[in-house]
Design a protein around this ligand. Sequence first.
Ligand code: ZN
Ligand code: ZN
Ligand code: ZN
Length: 373
Amino acid sequence: MSTPFFDASVYAARLARARALVAEAGLDGIVVGPGPDLVYLAGVEGDTIERLTALVIPAAGEPTVVVPRMELAKVRDTAVGSLGLPLADWIDGEDPYALVESALGFAPARFGVSDALPALHVIPLSDRLGVPVLATEVLREGRMVKDAAEIAELRRAGEAIDAVHRRVPGLLRAGRTEREVAADISAAIVEEGHRTVEFVIVASGPNGADPHHEVSDRVIADGDIVVVDIGGAVPSGYNSDSTRTYAVGEPDPETARRIAVLVAAQQAAVDAVRPGITAEEVDAAAREVLDAAGLGAAFLHRTGHGIGVSTHEEPYIAPGNALLLREGMAFSIEPGIYFPGEWGARIEDIVVVTADGSDRLNLAPHVLARAGD
Ligand code: ZN
Ligand code: ZN
Ligand code: ZN
């Protein structure tokens, strides 16, 4: 829990918008548990599971925060305190669901819950108030389109992770294990301005062919291709996420050729981004370049995902997603190619949709960066 990062007026506007969306969706209210939605709406980073903390936003009336009394001081230290939102506190032995009910307005006909509200609380709430709906769509509207202050934080995060990538060639050497390199990268992520390390993937040689590989004790060898996908959160809670593919020693010409195609595919998708294009059209732009070079079958996942106070969020840049992109949306462009038993490669930048195109937030060199000696 930290002091409010943005001005209280920012959170007031987000809450007002959420309330309007709740009413528009025909709901009597929503219950938002700890998680990215609660960080976004009120700057509250509570992580208690068994004791209910929840922001209750009724369609009519003021939002209320239901909170265990022992957490009260921490919650007051957020935008909740700055905005003077009503607090409904409870102690062990009392029934927090009764507080939710009165904050929603008694006996709501239809209410929603945030994706991250634990089942531990959803079930007793259902017993009391009926089965809720998911508030996913109501809540995604606000988070999906970033304002100038949020974009500034994503840019800060992008600069911090770029600084880490610029140090990676000095850390990747034949004879070191993936785990040793990852430990150095974790330290660098914090040194370069992140508050937390969210993930560090160092996937060398055949491990790079598995998009889900994290780290292992594999010893990096001369001639390896190494996928380094890293991210963390800066003090405001906004995230970085960037992948580069490194060569330890000289790659063979066919490997270099395939990676050049991947770089071109990634660039084609970045170039396609503008308001009014669909998410799936951006995905297709990357896919077409890989298909044309005979590498389409090696691309195993979607092209990208939104990013903000969580690392993966809407909009998903994927086949079948006809969502129209709008100015202020921020997401990754990260095509990859994977050759089981051999190697893999992925290039990932975060982009923001601008009035007439896109702004790339990751500027560390794309070209096959050679590492070690
Ligand atoms: Zn990534
Ligand atoms: Zn990503
Ligand atoms: Zn990811």
